[in-house]
Design a protein around this ligand. Structure first.
Ligand SMILES: Cc1cc2nc3c(=O)[nH]c(=O)nc-3n(C[C@H](O)[C@H](O)[C@H](O)COP(=O)(O)OP(=O)(O)OC[C@H]3O[C@@H](n4cnc5c(N)ncnc54)[C@H](O)[C@@H]3O)c2cc1C
Length: 346
């Protein structure tokens, strides 16, 4: 986004870019489900959903790589379908009451809200396409270069210290996912409250016709199909620090729940089991904006469970703020402040 506006951009990453939470997620482009969340969460998520098609065409067009973006739709299993249908009507989104069994003979039944226009992407592919597109736009990507600390003087950032030396720029953006406040340290963190929340996923190999849609349960368990018949099942929400290991207990629980929705999964062994660390924030609202005291320090962090969905809207908001333009989204819920405002916690 900044490179397309003619800026010289350098991204440093402690490992390989787009290999942490953005790689590990399941790629549903919607809140799960939207009627669980308040207006502020839905505002940034809906704007992300609106911008996604264009964002996707841009990165696919420049990189020549497919992200597997598709509007496969999402069925939200719940007894009270009226609540979801009404929310969709009020918010100009397609939503109707259906039975899950109608979408595939392999699925068990159950009343659900069918959200036809929900899309999904394939995380590793969108990461590769975005990185390649950025490189082709002139962004310099420097892997295996951890930012160790943010150096400041006279209300400005003067550099980022790395094992390879100090890096200097006019403007600095902290977008280090779950590690963002760890990198900033207590002095610079302000109201930004981001911590790692582990999520584990199982991957099954089936045929492409077995599951054509995303299925979500009322307690946020889901199955997500890929075009080639792979199915992701998950996930967990575990506050275990920066620990990305997988557990036998989660494997058993996820396998069991997955088979309850799609019984043939009971008979299959998962091919892969992985974990990623969401950048959790107390109210699902990422911090996007300028530091309250340092004029050239910016943040784009704390997207919790919806960072893929909110990627284009977050980038748009950050760009508009950096350029002093009137933002499309209300920036107040995302503002970086010196202290925590009194925000509701979901
Ligand atoms: C299991 C799971 C399922 C999910 N499902 C969905 C979903 O269906 N839909 C959705 O929208 N979202 C989903 N998410 C959430 C989404 O993946 C995240 O919100 C999003 O990826 C966050 O992006 P990010 O760039 O902030 O963080 P990351 O993708 O984690 O990137 C942070 C980057 O910062 C780098 N870094 C960290 N510290 C430093 C440092 N000191 N110096 C240099 N580099 C550093 C890391 O190496 C990493 O590359 C899911 C997440 C998980 C874990």
């Amino acid at each position: 986004m900044l490179a397309r506006r003619g800026q010289r951009v350098k991204i440093i990453d402690k490992g390989l870019p787009a290999r942490e939470s953005s790689w590990a997620g399941s790629g549903i482009l919607a809140p799960l489900p939207p009627w669980r969340f308040n207006e502020e969460v839905n505002a940034i998520a809906s704007r992300g959903m609106q911008l996604y098609e264009e964002f996707n065409e841009t990165i696919e067009g420049i990189s020549g790589l497919s992200t597997e973006y598709r509007r496969c739709g999402m069925a939200v299993l719940q007894a009270d379908t009226q609540k979801g249908v009404e929310w969709c009507q009020k918010n100009q989104q397609f939503g109707e009451a259906r039975d899950l069994h109608e979408f595939s003979p392999h699925l068990t039944g159950g009343s659900c809200v069918w959200m036809r226009d929900v899309a999904s992407i394939r995380n590793p592919r969108v990461g590769s396409a975005a990185i390649r597109a950025a490189e082709l736009l002139g962004v310099e990507i420097v892997p295996h270069t951890p930012a160790l600390s943010v150096l400041t003087a006279n209300n400005r950032v003067t550099g980022i210290s790395t094992p390879q030396g100090i890096l200097e720029a006019d403007q600095y953006v902290i977008a280090a996912g779950a590690w963002s406040t760890k990198l900033l340290g207590p002095e610079l963190t302000g109201n930004m409250d981001v911590w790692p929340l582990r999520g584990q996923i199982l991957l099954f190999r089936t045929r492409p016709d077995v599951l054509p849609i995303v299925v979500l349960t009322e307690d946020q368990f889901y199955l997500v199909p890929r075009q080639d018949g792979l199915i992701l099942a998950g996930t967990t929400r575990e506050a275990v620090g920066f620990d990305k290991s997988t557990t036998e207990a989660a494997r058993t629980a996820i396998h069991h729940r997955a088979g309850d929705i799609l019984p043939l999964l009971h008979r299959l062994e998962p091919e892969v089991h992985w974990a990623g660390l969401r950048p959790a924030s107390p109210d699902y609202l990422p911090t996007i904006g300028r530091h309250p005291e340092l004029e050239n320090l910016w943040a784009n962090a704390g997207h919790r469970a919806y960072g893929l969905t909110e990627a284009p809207s977050s980038a748009e908001l950050l760009g508009q703020l950096m350029y002093g333009e009137t933002p499309k989204l209300n920036p107040a819920p995302h503002a970086w402040r010196t202290q925590n405002p009194d925000r509701p916690i979901l």
